[in-house]
Design a protein around this ligand. Structure first.
Ligand SMILES: Cc1cc2nc3c(=O)[nH]c(=O)nc-3n(C[C@H](O)[C@H](O)[C@H](O)COP(=O)(O)OP(=O)(O)OC[C@H]3O[C@@H](n4cnc5c(N)ncnc54)[C@H](O)[C@@H]3O)c2cc1C
Length: 309
């Protein structure tokens, strides 16, 4: 069976690039395609301080080093490839780009990540990375001794409020309803924390500030009364959207649209694997994406060996 590549990896974030390193180093022909720039969500991070072995770097720099490392083993990495269509069924899989290029492959690793759900209000885009964050584990420490807000009312929002209270001087939880969606234990833990206060039944209107975030403006949904919560940082936890639309109807997705995998990161289709934030998992970090990339590549290599046997 002849194909253009042994493995095509969809997504050049940390999961995809790591899979590229392992697969290319095993002397397989490997192509990594990304709809956008190399690095995925890493490029949104100004400062990465929790990647072991690297005391501190920027997400952009880490992305470039990972891509360079993959290329050094012969892995092709193409950014802005604009994937139009994928056919994951059968022994020969195909990926078609918007420019009409069609590549065939024996195995595919889906590493298309996801995006944190956004509020879509004024100032949000402007202050991402300048006060607005979607990741407490990544950025919480930067707000040591400073006031912050957390937006959301689910488990993530309340759990992260408690963990952020270890750094922040004060945490204001701003939520759209008068009750929480989080489980009772998470609510109780947040309520018992005297650094955390709650602003309920609010519609967030805007994020304001000059060079950095200075306030969250919200309005009471019943009375319309406007509140300006003065903060240096704001963490938004209103859900996560996996980039899995292109694979819907082919591999099995769960109710949140995350790709379902087994322990070896095999999906419901033979020869198709998934790694990183796009799949069903609890912790979404660079380290966990990198670990997934390793496992998915090794599983894909095993699949190729079985195919040849
Ligand atoms: C603001 C922010 C700050 C963060 N800070 C940190 C931090 O400090 N430390 C940390 O450990 N983690 C941090 N994270 C989390 C971390 O960046 C992610 O967990 C990690 O990047 C996930 O890696 P991934 O490879 O699975 O997916 P992603 O990084 O999301 O990469 C997926 C790539 O796939 C591409 N893609 C999407 N659809 C397709 C398709 N159909 N075909 C081809 N390509 C496609 C996308 O363009 C993207 O480049 C942060 C996240 C955010 C949003």
């Amino acid at each position: 069976m002849s194909t253009d590549y042994d493995i095509v990896i969809l997504g050049a974030g940390p999961a995809g690039l790591t899979a590229g390193i392992y697969a290319a180093r095993a002397r397989r022909s490997v192509l990594v395609l990304d709809n956008g720039s190399v690095g995925g969500q890493m490029v949104l991070t100004e400062k990465v301080a929790n990647y072991p072995g690297v005391t501190e770097t920027s997400g952009r720099e880490l992305s470039q080093v990972m891509a360079q490392q993959a290329r050094s083993f012969g892995c092709e990495v193409k950014a802005f490839a604009r994937v139009a269509e994928v056919d994951l069924t059968g022994d020969v899989k195909a990926v078609t780009l918007k420019n009409g290029t069609r590549v065939t492959t024996k195995a595919v690793i889906i590493a298309s990540g996801g995006v944190p759900r956004k509020l879509g209000v004024e100032g949000e885009e402007r202050f991402v990375g300048q006060g607005i964050s979607f990741c407490a584990t990544c950025d919480g420490e930067f707000f040591t001794g400073r006031p912050i807000a957390v937006i959301g009312g689910g488990n993530s929002a309340l759990e992260e409020s408690v963990s952020l209270s270890k750094y922040a001087s004060r945490v204001t939880v701003i939520h759209e309803f008068d009750h929480f969606q989080a489980e009772a234990w998470a609510v109780a833990e947040a309520r018992a924390n005297d650094k955390i206060s709650f602003l309920m039944n609010q519609r967030v209107l805007a994020f304001t500030g000059q060079s950095g975030l200075a306030a969250v403006r919200s309005a009471d949904k019943e009375t319309g009364a406007v509140t300006e919560t003065l903060v240096d940082g704001c963490f938004v936890f209103i859900g996560y959207v996996p980039n899995s639309g292109a694979f819907e109807g082919q591999v099995k997705l769960n109710e949140r649209g995350e790709v379902v995998t087994d322990e070896e990161l095999r999906t419901s289709l033979p020869g198709v694997f998934a790694a990183g934030d796009v799949r069903h998992k609890r912790v979404r970090q660079i380290t966990t994406a990198v670990a997934d990339g390793t496992v998915a590549a090794l599983s894909a290599l095993e699949y190729l060996n079985e195919l040849a046997a």
